[in-house]
Design a protein around this ligand. Structure first.
Ligand code: GLU
Length: 453
């Protein structure tokens, strides 16, 4: 069977780096097994789902290099959910309930006060047809619950029912269905809940592995039962730890925290984001990995740690810098053009190690081609006047800096910082930057002379 996975965001906001961890895990798993990656929008919540978020998610994934083999929207698949609901009703596994939200709240509080778990007591199963008709006559609409298989003959005699699975990340897992409420699968207004639609789609799309965040572990036992009720063999599950910031705070989609879009706009490389998203909280060190293939080599769900995956957003810049420092010209040339940098390879190779982001090259391009405003320290004035006079004649090349500074050293007796720093400041306006010997030919004779007093 072809390995088939899905990333199933609800398009109710932008995806952040934590969501991208789930997407990347699925993508890398599919690649590793020669499988398929489906992007499925869980957009049955019509009030909160927005097409523009779905489009943004698609764009963000493409930026990370994730192009789905198939894309689906749940809002366009309602008929297949209708059929599944009918099937469960026919099997007596989906039953109507008429309690209002307030009534359910009160029952839960009462159960808690009595020291009992706040589990739905299946009172609706005892309703006669007349009682149901009365509720309907009052204008109440039922919501529908799935009857969990946690009893022998009598649904009111709930017993411990262990549902177990071998989790790809967490190892053996067991949850007692006897401690859970029958899940609502259809709301009063007829809307289908994610628990149902997700399973119906997972079956229909032939999903072999469900890889998602550990916030879904508690849903899994219920979902396993629903898979079986719909006559399907459940897929394999893997629940990975969630990314949190260093202080343990989770990332919220709605806060827009560390959204993929904002990281892209910040000039970060997709592989810096992917490296951090994938390697944090695993048995591998977090380092900048240049290609998805190399990242795939390090990816292993069994190596995902059980504790939370803490990260410091500032690490992204460091990872980014390491990628940029080693980036070949062929990879950046068109981006340099877009930045207005008409440079050749040797310019990029000269400046890349001083760039945290590719866009930083623009600063050095300005320095070599534009104007530089630098204040001359009065103490350095005579030195710079001498420098102007001693600049070797002829075109500036790779040897010019050495010849020039040797001559200046001999004449002025300056050395080290006192020799180099005033020149660097006058010629670039900066205290740090690329190797001056390599940069000088790009600045060129005329600019050098213009920047010296
Ligand atoms: N729409 C669900 C979410 O965004 C998907 C969970 C799952 O992968 O089953 O959390």
């Amino acid at each position: 069977m072809t390995v088939t996975v899905r990333f199933a965001p609800s398009p109710t906001g932008l995806i952040h780096i934590g969501n991208s961890r789930t997407a990347l895990f699925n993508w890398l798993f599919a690649k590793k097994h020669g499988g398929r990656f489906i992007l499925r929008f869980d957009d049955t919540d019509l009030e909160r789902s927005r097409r523009e978020y779905a489009d943004a998610i698609e764009r963000d994934l493409a930026w990370l290099g994730l192009v789905p083999d198939r894309m689906e929207r749940q809002s366009e698949r309602l008929e297949i959910y209708d059929a599944a609901v009918q099937r469960l009703k026919d099997a007596g596994l989906l039953y109507p309930c008429y309690e209002t939200a307030d009534e359910l709240d009160r029952r839960r509080s009462r159960a808690r006060a009595l020291g009992r778990p706040p589990v739905y007591d299946r009172a609706a199963l005892r309703l006669s047809d007349e009682q149901k008709a009365l509720f309907e006559a009052e204008g109440r609409k039922p919501h529908w619950r799935f009857l969990l298989p946690n009893f022998d003959q009598d649904p009111e005699q709930i017993r411990r029912t262990d549902e177990s699975w071998e989790d790809l990340c967490r190892g053996p897992q067991t949850i007692d269905l006897g401690s859970m409420s029958d899940p609502v699968l259809v709301r009063e207004n007829g809307a289908y809940l994610y628990t149902l639609t997700s399973i119906v789609d997972d079956i229909d799309m032939g999903i072999t592995h469900i890889i998602r965040g550990e916030d879904h572990v508690a849903n899994t036992a219920v979902q396993l039962a629903i898979f079986r009720a719909l006559g399907a063999e459940p897929p394999v599950f893997g629940h990975h730890n969630l990314l949190t910031t260093a202080d343990g705070e989770g990332l919220s989609k709605r806060k827009g925290a560390l959204s993929i879009g904002s990281l892209r706009e910040d000039g970060l490389e997709p592989m810096a984001v992917a490296s951090l998203a994938v390697l944090t909280g695993t048995s591998h060190a977090v380092e900048a990995v240049a290609t998805m293939d190399e990242l795939g080599d390090r990816f292993d769900l069994a190596g995902v740690s059980r504790s939370s995956a803490k990260f410091d957003p500032h690490e992204l810049v460091g990872l980014n810098a390491r990628l940029v420092h080693a980036m070949p010209f062929s990879v950046v040339s068109s981006r340099l053009c877009d930045l207005g940098i008409q440079a050749e390879e040797d310019f990029w190779l000269t400046v890349r190690e001083n760039c945290e982001r590719v866009s930083d090259a623009h600063l050095y391009w300005q320095i070599v081609k534009g104007t530089v405003e630098a204040e001359v320290d009065p103490e350095d004035r005579d030195f710079l006047v001498a420098a102007r006079r001693l600049l070797p004649d002829g075109p500036v090349d790779a040897s010019t800096w050495k010849t020039w500074t040797d001559a200046l050293k001999a004449e002025t007796g300056r050395k080290g910082r006192g020799l180099f720093m005033p020149l660097r400041r006058a010629l670039t306006g900066l205290d740090h930057g690329p190797d001056m010997g390599a940069l000088l030919p790009f600045i060129g004779q005329q600019n050098i002379l213009d920047r010296l007093p």
